[in-house]
Design a protein around this ligand. Sequence first.
Ligand SMILES: Nc1ncnc2c1ncn2[C@@H]1O[C@H](COP(=O)(O)OP(=O)(O)OP(=O)(O)O)[C@@H](O)[C@H]1O
Length: 234
Amino acid sequence: MQTLIQAVGLVKRYGSRTVVDGLDLSIRQGEVLAIIGPNGAGKSSTLDMVLGLKKPDAGRVSYWREDPARYIGVQLQSTPFFPGFTALENMRMFAAFYGLRPTDSELLEHLGRCELGEAARTDAARLSGGQQKRLAIAMTLMHRPQLIFLDEPTAALDPRARREVRGLIRSLADSGTSVVFTSHDMEEVHKLASRIALICGGRIKASGTAEELLATHGADSLEELYIRLTDNAL
Ligand SMILES: Nc1ncnc2c1ncn2[C@@H]1O[C@H](COP(=O)(O)OP(=O)(O)OP(=O)(O)O)[C@@H](O)[C@H]1O
């Protein structure tokens, strides 16, 4: 499996506090990588450095190609669209940020990929929580990225909406898009991720498939493993 991004020895300090502490992380072609760990463990700081949004104090990140930003989609937690405009209009405005000028039928195709075809002409602010999240993800797919980052894509969604978003992540993975996501829901991580990296105290505490992690640590569930490995530590 080709490595898309390789981070080695990442360090991030805020003042005298080291929140990422010599962390190595690889992201591979075709995988669904879950980044898990307690609040404040250093997950966002790590991903920000991997994405080039924050400069590491030490360590380096290498990419599979020279212009990686064009092939990466990022969906952070905030809702990235303009209320008062339809889903289609929002897609069009967002495409302009990438310097793209898609036709309506191309935009509808993108929306259809995220099962939002019927919602295309609805005010984005009136979409359900699950539809809004899928619209946010649809926007990250506009430039056909090879790899997308989703920060807690199912947080604060009801069970139906969660299921919809998980279905979308699966179909993206099936079509060859690599996905990196964060989640605090261990059942979801088990269902979706092909590999898991547990960050704690600014370091990788464990990484591997769910089955590998459970076998190595003799745990019955990811939740048990998580509780055990994050005990007494941030
Ligand atoms: N700009 C900043 N200045 C100072 N401290 C910061 C800054 N950004 C993050 N921190 C601190 O660094 C630590 C790690 O934060 P980070 O956001 O990386 O954690 P996280 O694992 O993503 O947490 P969560 O699950 O809550 O999103 C936290 O204690 C946070 O308060």
